[in-house]
Design a protein around this ligand. Structure first.
Ligand code: ADP
Ligand code: MG
Length: 380
């Protein structure tokens, strides 16, 4: 990747870059919709990244290019408005520049910028957080600053929430920023507080992206958010993270509507599954971790009701495969992708058989990605 980036940059801008930064994509490992309930989540930084190369200019021009797009976007330094149409990808680096002052960070004046990636876009692997983190690192390096990872992560999230306008939680940027090869990233979303947890040897990750999306997904997200907040308030808490499993089990009849009770059971159960996963990882028990992954999916399927027939089919098929430790929907749900944690015995042939069974039922094949852990964002 790096040599392709250097070659493309020189071809495009007629000189080599001064700075190269890289930030990985991530898998949501376990902790489904726990973030806005103040709970914990576990993610994995993967071995696929967005790379950004940058060289400063003496004039007041900024030029943005991506290997995924044809046109170079040229903007004077003063212009930090939101772009639309084909240029809208530049909202990610522009959003980072716009976020910096709020975090006490300086922005470089003129520069040439090129992004290159081996991370599929829109596959639920958070290419958006990766391009934000890689951009943030390149921009700070260009002004000779070296802020903490936490500041970079928060600035990148600010860019996505406020400038791009996507209300994502801290998982995407947190895992891209704090990821570490052969580790998972544990995030206590309320802090937020970040920690790495070693991954026992021999675990492999597979993602099956169905490319299906519920037409009403934004409205369904908003409904789940509202249902969780209503359940918390009915239980005398601000957020469901403060509701103990015992308290939920003994709640007086009529306190919660049947729907609110199911949503609360999912979140409270999921929060304890994240803690149990950390314990099982520390004990090196991948089989136990796998059971928690599949239990998480069953809870999404039956209690949170954010799964679909497509995702359930993939989880059912994977969970019935001996080399699979566990499988679950990953991301917000209502379509999207399933991830499986497997032993090294699960191979391309096994993955293709799962995809073929899916294609026979649903008429289209899911994309298959075999992923391993990777290091978090850094200058190269
Ligand atoms: P995800 O984060 O799941 O991949 P999003 O819709 O949140 O999906 O973000 C994808 C968007 O991020 C793309 O449509 C594009 O605008 C931007 N993006 C990601 N990677 C690149 C890249 N290498 N070059 C240009 N834009 C990118
Ligand atoms: Mg994204």
């Amino acid at each position: 990747m790096k040599s392709a980036l250097l070659a493309n940059f020189s071809r495009l801008f007629g000189r080599p870059p001064e700075i190269v930064a890289r930030a990985p994509g991530r898998i949501e490992f376990i902790g489904n919709h726990t973030d806005y309930n103040g709970g914990p989540v576990l993610g994995v930084a993967i071995d696929r990244s967005v790379w950004v190369a940058l060289a400063r200019r003496d004039d007041e021009q900024r030029q943005f290019a991506s290997a995924q797009r044809e046109d170079v976007i040229r903007l004077p330094v003063g212009r930090l408005e939101k772009m639309s149409g084909d240029a809208s990808w530049a909202n990610y680096p522009l959003g980072v520049l716009a976020a910096f002052p709020a975090f006490g960070l300086r922005v470089p004046a003129g520069f040439d910028y090129l992004a290159l990636s081996d991370l599929p876009v829109g596959a639920g692997l958070s290419s958006s957080a990766a391009i934000e983190l890689a951009s943030a690192l390149a921009f700070t390096a260009a002004v000779g600053e070296c802020p903490s990872r936490e500041v970079l992560v928060r600035a990148a999230r600010h860019a996505e929430n406020r400038f791009v306008g996507v209300p994502c939680g801290i998982l995407d940027q947190g895992v891209s920023g704090f990821g570490r090869k052969d580790h998972l990233v544990f995030i206590d979303c309320r802090g937020p507080r970040f920690e790495t947890v070693p991954l026992p040897a021999g675990a492999h990750f597979w993602v099956f992206n169905t490319h299906t999306h519920h037409a009403l997904v934004d409205g369904l997200y908003a409904a789940r958010h509202r249902e969780c907040m209503e359940a918390a308030h009915a239980l005398g808490a601000t957020l469901l993270v403060d509701v103990r499993p015992e308290a939920l089990a003994t709640v007086a009849p009529g306190t919660l509507s049947p729907v609110a009770a199911k949503r609360a059971q999912h979140i409270v159960g999921e929060i304890s599954r994240v803690s149990s996963s950390v314990e099982a990882l520390r004990a090196g028990d991948l089989a136990a971790v796998g059971r928690l992954l599949t239990a998480s999916h069953r809870s999404s399927q039956h209690l949170f009701e954010n799964s679909t027939a497509e995702l359930d089919f993939l989880v059912d098929t994977l969970a019935a495969t001996p080399e699979v430790h566990g499988a679950r929907l990953t991301g917000g749900g209502f379509g999207g992708a399933v991830m499986a944690m497997t032993s090294e015995k699960f191979d391309d042939g096994a993955a293709r058989r799962v995809a073929a069974a899916y294609a026979q039922k649903f008429g289209a094949s899911p994309d298959i990605l075999h992923l391993q852990t990777g290091d978090g964002a850094g200058l190269v």
